[in-house]
Design a protein around this ligand. Structure first.
Ligand SMILES: Cc1cc2nc3c(=O)[nH]c(=O)nc-3n(C[C@H](O)[C@H](O)[C@H](O)COP(=O)(O)OP(=O)(O)OC[C@H]3O[C@@H](n4cnc5c(N)ncnc54)[C@H](O)[C@@H]3O)c2cc1C
Length: 476
C-alpha cells in the first residue's frame, strides 16, 4: 500500500514534537489528517473552567500547527466510539493511530472503537507516549505491579539511564491534506465552528494569572525557564515555599501532553550542575516526575482506585461530611489562614502549590472529617492540571487510604504555615484583609476581633478535631 491515508487521533498528547504515535504514523505515510473529539462521555478534559481554557487554547495552537504542516486538525464533539470510525471511513483512512491511555474509561472506550474499526477493515496502531515507561514493563521483584513508591522509583531510575531519547530534530513533518471531495463533509466542515463555540463558552476568569500556560510553545518556554533560570538547582530548598514560584508549573502541560515527558526527563539529564547541592535538587525534581509516573501506573494496574480507597478498611470510616464546613473549606473561609489562602489561590488561578494541596487535603479529611472523595471532586472541578491518577493518588495519600505505607499522617496547619510561609507572604497575598495583622498572630491563629476585617474565626479547633479523628480511626 503506497502512502495510505491515516487518521491521527490526538487525546492527551496535544503536540507535534516527540509524539510517539505521530512519529510512527509519519514513518508509514504523510497522508495524515488529525482529529480531536470533545468526548461527551469523558468530561475530565473540560469539566473545570480552567481545564476548558487550557484545552481550547492548546487545540487552537495545535490546529494552526497542523495547517502549517500542510494538513488539518478536525475537531468534533460527541461519542468517539461513533465518530472515530465514521471519520476514518469518510476520509478513506486505512489506519487510525493514537497514543494509549491508562484511565479505565478510556481503555474500555478504545477497545470498543478498535472493534468498530476492525469491522470496517481499518487497522489501529497504538503506542505508549504519556509515560516514561510502559506499565507492563516494570514490575517488582515478585513480578507484581508496584504499590509502594520507593522501590518503584529505584527501579525506574535504573531503567531511565538506558532511555532511548528520540532526537526529533531530524524529523520535519510535511503532510498531505485530504482530497477536495472530503472537504465538504459535514463533520469536517463543522470543525472550525465546534472550536469557536467551545472557546466562546469558556468561563475561566483566571487566564491571566494561571501559572500553567496552554499550548506546545508555552510548555517549551516553561521548561526552558525552569532550567535556564536555574530554578531546577534550587528546587530542593524552594519547592516547598508557596510564595516562591520555585516549581516548574508544567503540571497542566504534562497532563494534556503539550510537552513530552521524555523531553522533560531529558532536560534533567542535560542540565549541567555545578555542585552536589544542584545535583540533589535535580534528583528531587526527578522524584516528583516519578510520583506522576507512579500514580499513572497504579491506576492502570488498580483501576478500582478511581472508585474508592485502596485500603478497604476506609470504606467503614464514619465520615461526618458536614456540608456547611465543606462549603467554608471550598470557598477559603475556614478561618485557618494557610488553608484559606490556598483555596483562594485554587479558586482564582485554577492551580495550587503542592505543599498547600497537602495542607488543605489533610485539613478537609482530618480536621473537618469529610470523605476525601469530596475534596477529590472539588479539585477535579477546579484544577487546571486536574488529572484522575495524580489527583486520586494525592488525595488517597493525604487521607492515608492509599498505597503509602505510613499509617496516619495529620498535618497541623499552623505548624505547616510557620515552616513554609514564615513571613506570611503567601497568606497575606491571598487574604489581603489580613495584611495588617502581625505575622506571629497570623501564624498562631490568634487574630484579634479588631484586626479581623470580616475574616472568619476558625470553624474548628485543630487539637480537638485531631483527637476526634484519631478515636474514629481507632474504630476501623
Ligand atoms: C491532594 C493532591 C491533589 C493533586 N492533584 C493533582 C492533579 O490533579 N494533577 C497533577 O498533575 N498533580 C496533582 N497533584 C500533585 C502536585 O501537587 C502537582 O503536580 C504540582 O503541584 C504541580 O506543580 P508543578 O508543575 O509546578 O510541579 P513541579 O514541582 O515542577 O513538579 C514537576 C512535575 O512532576 C509532577 N508532580 C509533582 N509532584 C507530584 C505529585 N505529588 N504527584 C504526582 N505528580 C507530581 C507534575 O507533573 C509536575 O508538573 C496533587 C497533589 C495533592 C497532594
Amino acid at each position: 500500500m503506497n502512502n495510505p491515508r491515516i487518521l491521527f487521533w490526538h487525546r492527551k498528547d496535544l503536540r507535534i514534537f516527540d509524539n510517539q504515535a505521530l512519529i510512527k504514523a509519519f514513518s508509514l505515510s504523510n497522508a495524515i489528517t488529525s482529529t480531536y473529539i470533545l468526548d461527551k462521555n469523558y468530561s475530565h478534559d473540560f469539566n473545570a473552567n480552567s481545564r476548558a481554557w487550557f484545552l481550547g487554547n492548546s487545540l487552537q495552537e495545535l490546529g494552526n500547527n497542523w495547517e502549517k504542516m500542510g494538513s488539518r486538525l478536525v475537531i468534533n464533539e460527541g461519542d468517539p466510539v461513533l465518530i472515530i470510525p465514521q471519520l476514518a471511513k469518510t476520509i478513506d483512512a486505512k489506519f487510525v493511530f493514537w497514543n494509549k491511555s491508562i484511565e479505565p474509561y478510556e481503555i474500555n472506550r478504545d477497545l470498543q472503537i478498535k472493534k468498530n474499526l476492525k469491522e470496517k477493515n481499518i487497522q489501529v496502531i497504538e503506542t505508549w507516549d504519556h509515560l516514561l515507561i510502559e506499565p507492563i514493563k516494570i514490575f517488582s521483584g515478585s513480578n507484581k505491579p508496584y504499590s509502594v513508591y520507593g522501590p518503584f522509583y529505584k527501579n525506574l531510575k535504573s531503567k531511565m539511564n538506558l532511555l532511548d531519547s528520540y532526537n526529533q530534530d531530524k524529523v520535519i513533518f510535511q503532510f498531505k491534506d485530504i482530497d477536495n471531495k472530503f472537504k465538504e463533509n459535514k463533520k469536517i466542515k463543522s470543525s472550525d465552528s465546534v472550536l469557536k463555540k467551545f472557546l466562546k463558552n469558556i468561563k475561566f476568569s483566571g487566564s491571566n494569572i494561571c501559572p500553567c500556560r496552554p499550548g506546545e510553545n508555552a510548555a517549551e518556554t516553561l521548561l526552558e525557564n525552569f532550567i535556564n533560570q536555574k530554578k531546577i538547582y534550587s528546587y530542593n530548598s524552594s519547592r516547598d515555599l508557596p510564595s516562591n514560584n520555585g516549581t516548574s508549573f508544567l503540571s497542566a502541560s504534562l497532563r494534556f501532553g503539550t510537552i513530552s515527558i521524555r523531553k522533560v526527563w531529558n532536560a534533567t539529564l542535560n542540565s549541567d550542575f555545578e555542585s552536589h547541592e544542584h545535583y540533589l535538587s535535580i534528583e528531587t525534581w526527578q522524584k516528583e516526575l516519578v510520583w506522576r509516573e507512579f500514580y499513572q501506573h497504579c491506576l492502570f494496574h488498580f483501576p478500582e482506585l478511581e472508585k474508592g480507597p485502596y485500603r478497604k478498611k476506609w470504606d467503614k470510616f464514619p465520615w461526618q461530611n458536614n456540608s456547611e464546613w465543606f462549603q467554608h473549606w471550598s470557598n477559603g473561609e475556614t478561618g485557618v489562614p494557610i488553608v484559606d489562602a490556598a483555596m483562594r489561590q485554587l479558586n482564582s488561578t485554577g492551580w495550587m502549590h503542592n505543599r498547600c494541596r497537602m495542607i488543605v487535603a489533610s485539613f478537609l479529611v482530618k480536621d473537618l472529617i469529610c470523605n476525601w472523595q469530596m475534596g477529590e471532586k472539588k479539585f477535579m472541578e477546579t484544577l487546571v492540571d486536574g488529572d484522575l491518577a495524580a489527583n486520586n493518588g494525592g488525595w488517597q495519600w493525604s487521607a492515608s487510604s492509599g498505597m503509602d505505607p505510613k499509617p496516619l499522617r495529620i498535618f497541623n496547619p499552623y505548624t505547616q504555615a510557620k515552616k513554609f510561609d514564615p513571613i506570611c507572604e503567601y497568606i497575606k497575598y491571598w487574604i489581603p484583609e489580613l495584611s495588617k495583622v502581625s505575622n506571629s498572630d497570623l501564624l498562631n491563629g490568634e487574630i484579634s476581633n479588631l484586626e479581623k476585617n470580616n475574616y472568619s474565626s476558625p470553624i474548628v479547633n485543630h487539637n480537638i478535631q485531631q483527637r476526634l479523628f484519631k478515636s474514629l480511626y481507632a474504630e476501623i
